[in-house]
Design a protein around this ligand. Structure first.
Ligand SMILES: NC(=O)c1ccc[n+]([C@@H]2O[C@H](COP(=O)([O-])OP(=O)(O)OC[C@H]3O[C@@H](n4cnc5c(N)ncnc54)[C@H](OP(=O)(O)O)[C@@H]3O)[C@@H](O)[C@H]2O)c1
Length: 254
């Protein structure tokens, strides 16, 4: 029997990148995986890949920036499975026009809602199910920009991801007595479709040196499989060839 047999994992942003890799890794460990994103088609592709590897997956599309959509998905999970043991709170986005010079109120709202408000909606919706079983793991994808503000990622994204870090720590402060554990994952650059929204395009060669979706997916799987008496509160994961460090080294040489 695999470690997560009998467990239900809800993975947001599961149609691509880190979420897709995490969903596949959790399914391999035996979890039944619920897949959410706005577009149905990529979720169906993830579900098909999970089923090919012998796993269980259910597709539940929805826009997580809308509280009623989140409530509907969690009600469906509760009705079908009667539990939600793992939340991979991973959906997120960024915009092309991200500097203060360019930032419009609508864009700021989209980035904050798409990375922070949506994460709050998913968390508040699953907590009652987890409390019911006095058990649960929440794994949130923040960013290195959630630890160190970054102009490359932009002010709205940096602020939202800092919020995700704070959200995760407060969960442990309050929910530890209910057997609920929260881990915030802060990745550096990962070669996923989100990079297509970078103002300065990222080459194929640069993407090849970055962390890959499977690297972060495997880390998420590891966190989800930890025994219930411990929590990894926060973890950073970066490519060894860290472009920020390399740029600093090159500046030092000049
Ligand atoms: N790649 C990196 O370098 C990096 C670094 C640090 C942190 N992160 C974070 O990692 C997480 C995963 O991103 P990724 O890199 O794997 O990029 P990605 O492939 O673009 O994945 C983001 C996923 O989130 C979904 N999504 C976005 N907004 C949504 C919404 N409102 N409702 C439901 N689903 C939504 C998208 O699907 P739909 O478009 O179909 O909704 C997409 O599948 C994000 O939180 C991102 O900020 C990424």
């Amino acid at each position: 029997m695999e470690v997560l047999t009998g467990k239900v994992a809800w993975v947001t942003g599961a149609g691509s990148g880190i979420g897709q890799a995490a969903a596949m890794a959790l399914a391999k460990e035996g979890a039944a995986v619920v897949l959410t994103g706005r577009r149905r088609e990529p979720l169906e592709e993830t579900a098909a890949a999970i089923k090919r590897q012998g796993g269980k997956a259910v597709v539940k599309p929805g826009d997580l920036m809308k509280a009623p959509a989140v409530a509907r998905i969690v009600a469906d999970i509760d009705k079908k499975f009667g539990r939600c043991d793992i939340l991979v709170n991973n959906a997120g986005l960024n915009i092309l026009q991200r500097s203060w010079k360019q930032l419009s109120p609508a864009d700021a709202e989209q980035v904050i809602d798409g990375n922070l408000t949506s994460a709050f909606y998913c968390t508040t919706a699953v907590l009652p199910l987890m409390r019911r079983h006095k058990d649960g793991v929440l794994i949130h994808t923040s960013s290195m920009a959630g630890r160190q503000p970054s102009l490359l990622s932009g002010p709205a994204y940096s602020a939202a991801k800092h919020g995700v870090v704070a959200m995760s720590h407060t969960l442990n402060m309050e929910e530890c007595v209910n057997g609920i554990r929260s881990c915030v994952v802060c990745p550096g650059e990962v070669a996923t479709p989100i990079l297509d929204k970078r103002p300065v395009p990222v080459t194929k060669e640069e993407r090849g040196r970055m962390a890959q979706s499977e690297d972060v997916g495997d880390l998420i799987r590891y966190i989800a499989c930890l025994p219930p008496h411990i929590v990894i509160n926060e973890v950073m994961i970066n490519p060894t060839w860290n472009r920020g460090y390399v740029a600093n080294l090159q500046r030092g040489k000049a």
